[in-house]
Design a protein around this ligand. Structure first.
Ligand code: ATP
Length: 281
């Protein structure tokens, strides 16, 4: 089963639209969601959560229509945005009382255990917490009603590498249960390299690719050479080209290329850059 299934999602603002966005997050997997600033990641996530009304298209969560079954489904979802959206004057203990009223499955014991594990002070008001602490509190809040799906919109942005690593470990621990799934939007592709099973890339409101990370890293290769050498590559194998002072870099699919061409292994960031900025002419 798919935790998330999106078919032909369309949503317009003045000067921007999501155009027939389709992709799925299989249950038990982590989907990395990448794209430039303004590509449409948050808009897609807000449509999934019904915080924005879609114009057309279908969004299924655990096989059920996300709008029709919104209230029942919300109990199975934990959400982390890039900042904590709760009243700033409350502390973590007061937030526990509030969350008990929101979620029937709210687990105070589990919540305070996570806060102790993350070393989040429970009496400090939200506005007095550092950014890393706020994000850890946000994650404790998202996890403590025992969701099956986490939807994360840039949860590690602006955090130092040590806290980011701790937070990624929390998500990996969450994924120990094979029924759990994560949709993880991020600009930090190295984070996704660590935890994602699939990568979906959006550009100008359109999905460029949605593929298995391992397959991508195995199937794609970068050829570096002169213009003459590059002209010998079969056109249909070329996904993108970047011209530099020392020659041309070309992203290709390995199985379309003769073995005589030496290929380097790309990173997710490079694959994304070639798709978005790579000029094929
Ligand atoms: N409520 C809104 N009203 C009008 N335009 C909006 C609204 N929300 C988003 N947009 C526009 O939609 C486009 C996509 O924005 P979105 O926030 O989805 O991008 P993003 O991929 O999440 O970007 P970032 O990585 O910077 O967070 C942008 O051009 C943005 O200005």
């Amino acid at each position: 089963m798919n935790a998330i299934e999106i078919h032909d999602l369309h949503k317009s603002f003045v000067g921007f639209s999501l155009k027939d966005v389709s992709f799925s997050v299989p249950q038990g997997t982590v989907m990395g969601f990448v794209g430039e600033n303004g590509a449409g990641k948050s808009t897609t996530i807000k449509c999934i959560l019904n915080l924005l009304k879609k114009e057309y298209g279908e969004i299924l969560l655990f096989g059920k229509d996300a709008v029709e079954h919104e209230i029942a489904i919300k109990n199975d979802i934990g959400v982390v945005f890039d900042d904590l959206h709760v009243p700033e004057t409350l502390n973590a203990t007061q937030l526990d009382k509030f969350m008990k009223k929101v979620f029937i499955s709210w687990d105070s014991h589990y919540y305070f255990e996570r806060l102790a594990q993350f070393k989040v002070p429970v009496q400090k008001r939200v506005k007095e917490l550092s950014r890393g602490m706020r994000m850890k509190l946000s994650i404790a809040l998202a996890l403590s009603h025992h969701p099956k799906l986490l939807i994360l919109d840039e949860p590690t942005s602006g955090l130092d590498p040590i806290i980011r690593d701790e937070i990624l470990d929390l998500f990996l621990a969450f994924m120990q249960d094979e029924r759990h799934s994560i949709l993880f939007s991020s600009h930090i592709t190295s984070d996704l390299e660590k935890i994602a099973d699939y990568i979906t890339c959006i550009h100008n409101g359109e999905i460029l690719f949605s593929e298995s990370k391992d397959v991508m890293l195995y199937e794609y290769g970068i050829f570096k050479g002169s213009k003459e050498e590059v002209s010998e590559l079969p056109e249909h194998a070329i996904i993108g080209k970047r011209y530099g002072i020392f020659g041309v870099e070309v992203l290709v699919r390995r199985n379309n290329i003769n073995e005589v061409f030496p290929l380097e292994k790309p990173t997710i960031e490079e694959i994304m850059l070639f798709y978005v900025k790579g000029n094929v002419v």
